[in-house]
Design a protein around this ligand. Structure first.
Ligand code: FA5
Length: 341
C-alpha cells in the first residue's frame, strides 16, 4: 500500500512541478514545503514505516529515498532554471546601449593646469627635474635663506598670509629652491611648480596664484645662459615671433636680477586696462643666484654659480588665452571654462 502511495505521490508532484511556470515562483516554494516540510507528504509517508514488517522496511525505505532524491533533484533543477531566467530578465532590463550618444559633458584640464603641463614638458625636455615643496612654509625658507632678513624692504613686495611669526603660506616657489640647494649636490637643474599666496588683488594679481621656479647650478654660469634659456622657453611657449623684454630689477636672492615681460595679448602693445597702459605684461623674475644664498645653503660660491627664474603661471595662461582678468580662473564659471578647452 505504502509503495503505491509513494508512486502516486511521485507522479502527482512531478506533474505539479512541470506545470509551474516562471510567473509562479512562489508555487514552486510551496511544493517544496508540501513535500519536504515538517508536515509534508513525504515526511508523513516516512512515518508510516513504523507500521511495516521488518522485511518490508528496507524495501520501502529504499523507495522513499529514491522518491526523495528524485523530487529533490526535480525541484532544485526547476529552481535553478528560475534563477537563470531571473538573471536573464535583470540583464535585459539593465542593458546599456553603448551606441547611444552620451549626455554627460566632457570636461577638460583647467587653463592653468594646461600651462603648467606645457611648461613642465618644455623644461623636462631641456633636462630639468621636477621638485615640489610645502605650501605652508617657514619664514626661513621663504625669506631668510633667500637673503631677505626680517625688516628687509623687499618683503613689502611679497606681503603674504602669516599663520604665526614663523609660519606663513609661501609667497614664492623660490622657497623650494632654498630647500633643494641644501640637499642637492651641484651641478643640477630643477623646476619647482606650485601654488603661491600674496596679499594682492586686481585684474592681474590674485591672492592665490601659481608659479614655476627654475634653478640651474653649475660651474661657469653667466647671464648669457639665463637669457638663452628664457628665450628658448618663451619662444617654445608663445611661438617664434614673440616680443620679449628683459628689464633690470631687484631680488635679494639674485644679483644681477631681471624681470621679463611679453607683449600684452589684449592690446598687442598699444596699452590698455589689462597691461595698465604699458603694452607689456610682466611674466617672470629671474637672475644670477646671489653668492650669499649659495653660501647659506652650503654650496661653494667660488666654484659654482647659478641662475634662477620664477614664472607666474596665471599670467602665462592669461597671455596664452587672451584673458584680461585673472579672476576668471577662480570663478568656476562653466561658460568661461568651456571656451578654454
Ligand atoms: C618672484 O616671486 C621671484 N621669486 C621670482 C624669481 C625667481 C626671481 C628666481 C629671481 C629668481 P615676482 O614677485 O616678480 O618674483 O613674481 C614672479 C611672477 O609671479 C610675476 O612676474 C607674476 O607673473 C607672478 N605674480 C606675482 N604676484 C602675483 C599675483 N598676486 N597674482 C598672479 N601672479 C603673480
Amino acid at each position: 500500500m505504502l509503495t503505491e502511495d509513494l508512486e502516486n505521490l511521485k507522479r502527482e508532484i512531478c506533474g505539479e512541478i512541470d506545470e509551474i511556470d516562471f510567473s509562479n515562483k512562489k508555487g514552486l516554494a510551496d511544493i517544496r514545503v508540501k513535500v519536504f516540510g515538517k508536515a509534508g507528504c513525504l515526511t508523513l509517508l516516512s512515518k508510516g514505516m513504523r507500521d511495516l514488517s521488518p522485511e518490508e522496511r528496507p524495501v520501502v525505505g529504499a523507495l522513499i529515498n529514491e522518491v526523495r532524491n528524485f523530487l529533490e533533484e526535480k525541484i532544485s533543477s526547476k529552481e535553478k532554471d528560475f534563477e537563470k531566467q531571473e538573471l536573464r530578465e535583470r540583464l535585459e532590463k539593465e542593458k546599456i546601449d553603448i551606441t547611444e550618444p552620451s549626455r554627460e559633458k566632457i570636461g577638460a584640464a583647467h587653463p592653468i593646469s594646461n600651462v603648467l603641463d606645457r611648461l613642465t614638458d618644455i623644461c623636462v625636455s631641456l633636462g630639468f627635474s621636477v621638485v615640489e615643496g610645502p605650501e605652508i612654509e617657514t619664514d626661513y625658507y621663504n625669506f631668510e635663506a633667500l637673503n631677505t632678513p626680517k625688516n628687509h624692504p623687499a618683503r613689502d613686495m611679497q606681503d603674504t598670509f602669516f599663520i604665526n611669526d614663523n609660519i606663513l603660506v609661501r609667497s614664492q616657489t623660490s622657497a623650494v629652491q632654498a630647500r633643494e640647494m641644501e640637499v642637492r649636490k651641484p651641478p643640477f637643474k630643477i623646476i619647482c611648480p606650485g601654488k603661491t599666496y600674496r596679499n594682492d588683488s586686481d585684474s592681474t594679481h590674485s591672492p592665490v596664484f601659481h608659479q614655476l621656479e627654475g634653478l640651474v647650478i653649475d660651474e661657469n654660469i653667466s647671464m648669457a645662459d639665463l637669457k638663452a634659456m628664457l628665450t628658448i622657453l618663451m619662444k617654445r611657449l608663445y611661438g617664434e615671433d614673440t616680443t620679449i623684454r628683459f628689464r633690470p630689477s631687484f631680488f635679494p636672492f639674485t644679483e644681477p636680477s631681471i624681470e621679463v615681460d611679453v607683449s600684452c595679448p589684449n592690446c598687442h602693445g598699444k596699452g590698455c586696462q589689462t597691461c595698465k597702459g604699458t603694452g607689456m605684461l610682466e611674466l617672470l623674475g629671474a637672475g644670477i643666484v646671489n653668492p650669499k644664498v649659495l653660501e647659506m645653503s652650503g654650496i661653494d660660491s667660488k666654484k659654482y654659480r647659478g641662475f634662477a627664474f620664477g614664472f607666474g603661471l596665471d599670467r602665462t595662461a592669461m597671455i596664452l588665452n587672451s584673458i584680461n582678468n585673472i579672476r576668471y580662473f577662480y570663478r568656476n564659471d562653466i561658460r568661461f571654462l568651456n571656451q578654454m578647452k
